[in-house]
Structures are given as structure tokens and as C-alpha cells.
Ligand binder design. Structure first.
Ligand SMILES: Cc1cc2nc3c(=O)[nH]c(=O)nc-3n(C[C@H](O)[C@H](O)[C@H](O)COP(=O)(O)OP(=O)(O)OC[C@H]3O[C@@H](n4cnc5c(N)ncnc54)[C@H](O)[C@@H]3O)c2cc1C
Length: 332
């Protein structure tokens, strides 16, 4: 009946029953109008929580094998094709999310990625955050914004977006899972890795790049672009420590905190285009307060273990420029 691939069924269950395999089978059977005994296999595809009413409901999307097993789940892989001798080389400047994913994509395309990152590796970088918190002093090249993993590494790891320009989001989640992120991010409606796990995921991505033959250089701040003799092509970069790197292509993945990079591009005569700016707002509330509001709990009631830490949105209007919403999340 399910044609070997399984069929997708959406069901709604009360919070207390949502984790029970038996309740899931019964709900699916009811929805399909068949006996539960015909359901041979069941796999969670997506889970979201509806807490608008006092009775909390779980909306589950399930892949169901009727009268037959589901095909084995395709697990994300960490194996990238090894770089071949003589492959074209791409210099990737910056090892934040854009640089990491660019390097992995280069490997898929048979291009050798050589990453140049001004900051330190993610483990060493952690120690450079203390002076900011204790003394208010910022190390120029290793701080909350600069270093392996990029700007958000020590701050959160929220993975969902309300942007309408959506790329291959599922593929991105799979890459994270292959590198140690919890499997639940594939099924949660509001996936979140968290800053305690994120550094290890970042490290594992670096290891995949190195294992396939790419290079990652830390403490390497790019200061200039090198041009071809006629000045029309960029053939490499020069770094603050005097080293030069040549390449077939150069990809700037330096984020929006590196103002010196914009000044460098302006000085080099590159065309720059202004875009509108974003303002970050940090609002802190105790988690218990947010949980109580979101899940209709009494202030002294503990959050049931089936429920993740609550998150919420703040909506505001900025100088008649429309409605803006900020997503607030645990730890963020
Ligand atoms: C506090 C905070 C919390 C955030 N939380 C989240 C979240 O939960 N979820 C989410 O999706 N997004 C979050 N973000 C946003 C997210 O971090 C950014 O969108 C993302 O990091 C942008 O990625 P990027 O690779 O373009 O740039 P960046 O992450 O900024 O990376 C750029 C990298 O380039 C390096 N670099 C810069 N100049 C040079 C140079 N001259 N030479 C060599 N290397 C250089 C930098 O050291 C840096 O590592 C957060 C951001 C902040 C600041």
C-alpha cells in the first residue's frame, strides 16, 4: 500500500502521549482507517508543539510503512571526496559558517579549499573571551566575532529562520548532524544546537576538510588582494604576517564585523554596494518566566520534561518602517 517509500501522515497528540509509539500507531491507523496491526514501521519526520491553548498538543509528521518496512534511513555522511593532485585551488577568507560551508562545497566540486582565518581555533579562542567579560578588553583577532566558527559560535546555535530566501536547509542540518549535532535537529520545528555543542561541531567540520586534503590556517589575517599583471584578475592574497597565498579563485567570507576588510576593498578600488543595516537587541528573562508564560504553567510549576525550553518573539514597530519581530530563544 505504501509503495516501498512509506506514506506521510500528520497526526496531533496530547503532550503526555506524543512520545508513545503505541499512541502514534493508533492515531495513524485511525487517520488512515486501517487496523494498527498493518502498520509495520513508523518514523518521525517533523515535530512541533502547539501551546496556544492550556492543553499542549504535539503535531507530528510521520513516515509510515503500511504492510511493509520503510527503506533504511539515509544517514548523513562526513566523507568528502579527497582532493586530487593538480586540482584548482580556492582561497576562502574567513572560517565562519559561510567559509565552512564554502570549503565543504569546494570539496564536493573537486576544488581544493585553503582557508585563511584571522582568529584562533575554536578551543584556543574560548580563552580569549574571558578578558572581554572580566576587563572589557578585546583581542583584535580573537574574540566573540573572530575565530574558528565565526560570530555566533559561543552565543547560541539557533538554526531556524523566517527568511523567505531559503536554500537547501535540510542539507545544512544533515551536515551538522554528520558532524556531531543532535539528530533531533532534523525533526524539531525549531532546531537548536546550543553553544555547548557547537564548538565540537565546528571542530569536526574542520577535521573533515583536512581529512579530504583541504587546508585551514589560523592566526592568518588577510590584508591585501594580489592582482594579475594586467590588474584585472585577483590571483591571491597577502597576509599581515607577510605570507602570500596564490589561488585560482578567492572567496571573501569575512562576515559583517570585519570593517577593515571593507576599508581594504574600498582602498583596492573594488565596487561596493551599501545595504540596509540590522540592529541586534538582547532582552533577558529568566527561563522559568518564559516557560510559565509560553506553556500556561503556574509560576511555581516545573516545566514537564517533554517540553523544550520555551522561546518567544518580540514584535515591535520601528519608526513607521513596519513590523519587525525578534526571535528570543533559550540562552539568547
Ligand atoms: C551574539 C551573536 C549570536 C548569534 N546567534 C545566532 C544564532 O543563534 N543562529 C544563527 O543562525 N545566527 C546567529 N548569529 C548570526 C551568525 O553568527 C551570523 O549570521 C554568521 O556568523 C555569519 O556567518 P559568516 O560566515 O558570513 O561571517 P562570520 O561568522 O562573521 O565569520 C567571518 C569570519 O571571517 C574571519 N575574518 C574576518 N576578516 C578576516 C580577514 N581579514 N582575514 C582572515 N579572516 C577574517 C573572522 O575571524 C570570522 O571568523 C549570531 C551572531 C551573534 C553576533
Amino acid at each position: 500500500m505504501s509503495g516501498g517509500e512509506g506514506i506521510t501522515v500528520d497526526v496531533i497528540l496530547p503532550m503526555e502521549k506524543a512520545g508513545s509509539e503505541r499512541a502514534r500507531r493508533a492515531a495513524v491507523a485511525r487517520k488512515l482507517g486501517i487496523s494498527p496491526s498493518r502498520i509495520r514501521d513508523l518514523r518521525l519526520v517533523k515535530e512541533s508543539i502547539d501551546s496556544r491553548q492550556k492543553k499542549i498538543l504535539f503535531q507530528l509528521r510521520l513516515l509510515v510503512g503500511v504492510d511493509e518496512q520503510l527503506p533504511p534511513e539515509r544517514l548523513p555522511s562526513r566523507d568528502y571526496p579527497p582532493v586530487r593532485p593538480g586540482s584548482p585551488v580556492a582561497l576562502i577568507i574567513g572560517f565562519g559558517p559561510a567559509g565552512m560551508f564554502a570549503a565543504l562545497r569546494c570539496l564536493e566540486l573537486g576544488i581544493k579549499p585553503v582557508v585563511l582565518e584571522r582568529g584562533k581555533d575554536v578551543s584556543s579562542r574560548r580563552f580569549d573571551l574571558a578578558p572581554i567579560l572580566r576587563r572589557g578588553t578585546v583581542m583584535e583577532d580573537s574574540n566573540y566575532c573572530f575565530g574558528e566558527g565565526g560570530a555566533g559560535t559561543f552565543s547560541d546555535g539557533k538554526l531556524f529562520t523566517r527568511a523567505t530566501k531559503r536554500g537547501p536547509v535540510r542539507e545544512v542540518y544533515e551536515i551538522f548532524v554528520a558532524h556531531g549535532a543532535p539528530r533531533e535537529i532534523l525533526t524539531d520545528a525549531h532546531p537548536h544546537i546550543g553553544s555547548n555543542l557547537l564548538p565540537n561541531v565546528v571542530k569536526a567540520i574542520r577535521e573533515s576538510i583536512l581529512r579530504a586534503g583541504g587546508e585551514v590556517h589560523f592566526n592568518t589575517r588577510v590584508e591585501h588582494l594580489l592582482r594579475s599583471a594586467d590588474g584585472r584578475r585577483i590571483r591571491g592574497v597577502a597576509c599581515a604576517d607577510g605570507r602570500e597565498f596564490a589561488a585560482d579563485s578567492v572567496l571573501l567570507a569575512t562576515g559583517h564585523s570585519a570593517r577593515d576588510v571593507y576599508r581594504m576593498m574600498l582602498a583596492e578600488g573594488l565596487a561596493l554596494e551599501q545595504k540596509s543595516f540590522a540592529v541586534g537587541v538582547r532582552i533577558e528573562h529568566p527561563q522559568a518566566f518564559v516557560d510559565a508564560r509560553q506553556y500556561h504553567l503556574n509560576p511555581e510549576q516545573k516545566r514537564p520534561e517533554q517540553l523544550p525550553a520555551a522561546r518567544y518573539s518580540v514584535t515591535t514597530t520601528i519608526q513607521d518602517r513596519g513590523v519587525h519581530s525578534f526571535c528570543m530563544c533559550p540562552g539568547g
